[in-house]
Design a protein. Sequence first.
Length: 406
Amino acid sequence: MKYLLNRAMSLMILVFGGVLVSCDSDDPTPVEPDPLNSKYTVGASVDGEGYYLTTDDIQVGDISVVGNGFEGWANLSASVDGFIYILNNTEGLTEKFELTDNGPVKVDAISNSALAPEGFFRYIINTGNGDLFLTDFPNEEGKAPYAIIDLEGFTVESFGFMDVPDVNGKNALWTNAVIEGDKIYVGSLYGDRENWTQLADSLITLKYDYPSLTNPEVLVSTASAGTTAGYRTNGTFKVENGDIYQYNLNSFQWNGNNELAGKPTVFVRIKDGEYDDSYVLDVSAEYDEPIAIWNAWYAGNNIVYANVVKEADIPAWGDLLQNTGTLVEINLASKSVTELNLPNASYRDIFSLNCVEDGKFYVPVSVTGGDAHIYEITIGGGPDGFRKGSKLDGSNVFVNALFRNF
């Protein structure tokens, strides 16, 4: 702990665990903060280099990751019970870090080279049942590599390939999953594997027994088209009562068929193991021009925060890295869509975001050509129900992961 005191200005500055905290004070005696410094994990890209650190405060002062953070990438990760598990695809590892007061400390690693081709997995999912589920896209034979890792012993329970069936002569191109009880629901995009065309004109989910990954069942909704697997984030998630919700990514930058790409952006529901045709939330109907949802994060109590992008703002896919995203709050129960008056930003590469506490949702807002801050949003607080929090030091900063550690 280092303290710097400017008595003339009565300004006290604390440097603690990589967080710079400033506050006005008439008392020159430093006040010890809570010694816990592993409450949150922040992963960021600074000038194209990855770092991650733990901190006890994401709302006051500045967060400096360079020189304080662990060098590496935490975008493909899961935070569970005081540990963070990271897919290190550069080295073909699943790494386990303890989140200590002094930052992440690596305690173990599993080699993925024997589990998947090139030791590569694209998604890591905390099942909530004491294990992690790792997966990737289906290969040319229609088989998707997977591994199940037991958290208690940090050992591989099983691994192999899921059989991903063709549907109506189309192949599964993109998959991601969520586990509910003894079932796993795999959101997907279907089309022609040879050149990623002839995309399906419906929404398709595969349901398997879990953890055996057997007995695939095809679920189909005609509410719209596109992928239910999501993009950086999972397009499928479960709510507290066990229902499954999905949004579809159906952008003109994603779907080569303009007629299909014009189908609406929607949320649909899977209830009792089947698509519930009585529930469709048409988000596109809230806008007078075509839009797409590129990322969405579940905040609890039927509230979703989504990155809505107007199609006119992305004539090319790379434009998603510009300040094109608008954060909206979506209430799945009331089917309401509320735009927040946050700065437009690139929310494209926020892979892992699970930071909810006491009715607040925390989200990084990295403005291209500007600053990166973490915002505190009051869930259900309306368009202006937020406040700007900690700023991240450095140039070209993009926060790609943010966790509230438990």
